[in-house]
Design a protein around this ligand. Structure first.
Ligand code: GLU
Length: 292
């Protein structure tokens, strides 16, 4: 397990925060066991959060299965399970604070329009900024005037809300976060460009909800996969803007199958449910992911 810089005697509060878009697989078991073990070894708290803001892709039956699978695996959690879909008011309130600070703008672009804009700019590749997930939003709607925005909203156009990264950077100043394996990292507010802070269909986005919840739930150590490391630059920025303490972060390796591929929801044979149905015991699953 990754060494963490929190003193051994400090009681941590950490969490496992799956999205109920499919069944838990071995990669989730590893992540949940990593967080649970750290919490229990420190005499601290292990929280379970269901990240179901994507109301179209998340299904209640997956949530039920997740709770059952984790209990089968031998994990227990402290307090109530927090389901993000029941807390939109919390995110909306914090979104309003960012809006009042002048850091948020409506974006009316469709995915296709953004792709076309980026493709058009490819003729001058130095003008297309890239982030960890690919080309960044080119900022088209950032330049719209107040009246234009008002008219589009009044005409019923769908829009998401984006964080104006350069204004946010200016307001935040220098900020940093501590990552267990890497030490102190200076935040790069523009890394993902103008990220979506509220989706077209919900008053929040992954970035905002995760930051608000970690704050409200008193999380002191965020345990999660390495794939989310870069997003921490955005999360620490939001924490700074909203006046929250920044927890410590410990990103763990991603488990891979025998072909070196990350486990994914498509690997049906390696869901905890399928293994259990095939007669594999919880102890064997724990051992298989390094917690024997
Ligand atoms: N819900 C995210 C996922 O399932 C994890 C978010 C986090 O741990 O910050 O990948």
């Amino acid at each position: 397990m990754t060494a963490i810089s929190t003193p051994a005697d400090a009681k941590i509060t950490t969490r496992f925060a799956p999205s109920p878009t499919g069944a838990l697989h071995l990669g989730h078991a590893f992540s949940a066991l990593t967080a649970w073990t750290r919490a229990r070894q420190s005499g601290g708290r292990f929280l379970l959060r269901i990240e179901d803001i994507d109301i179209r892709r998340c299904k209640p039956r997956f949530t039920t299965d997740i709770l059952e699978d984790l209990a089968w695996l031998g994990l227990d959690w402290d307090g109530e399970v927090r389901r993000q879909s029941a807390h939109f008011a919390d995110y909306g309130r914090e979104l309003d604070r960012l809006t009042t600070m002048g850091l948020v703008y409506p974006c009316f672009c469709t995915r296709a329009e953004i792709a076309a804009e980026i493709a058009a700019a490819q003729t001058a590749p130095h003008l297309v900024a890239h982030g960890p997930d690919g080309p960044l939003y080119p900022g088209t709607c950032r330049h719209l005037g107040v009246e234009d925005r008002r008219d589009r909203i009044a005409s019923g156009r769908e829009f998401c809300l984006r964080l104006d990264a350069s204004r946010a950077a200016e307001r935040a100043g220098r900020y940093a976060f501590v990552e267990a394996a890497r030490g102190e990292i200076v935040g790069e507010p523009a890394l993902f460009g103008d990220v979506v802070i509220a989706r077209k269909d919900t008053p929040t986005s992954y970035h905002l909800a995760v930051v608000v919840d970690d704050h409200l739930q008193g999380v002191t150590l965020v345990t999660r996969g390495e794939d989310l490391f870069a997003a921490t630059h955005v999360h620490a920025l939001l924490q700074r803007l909203l006046g929250y303490a920044t927890p410590r972060y410990a990103h763990h390796q991603l488990l891979t199958d025998e072909n070196g591929r990350r486990f994914a929801k498509r690997d049906r044979s390696l869901t905890l449910r399928a293994l259990r149905d095939a007669g594999v015991s919880a102890g064997e699953v724990r051992a298989r992911v390094g917690f024997g």
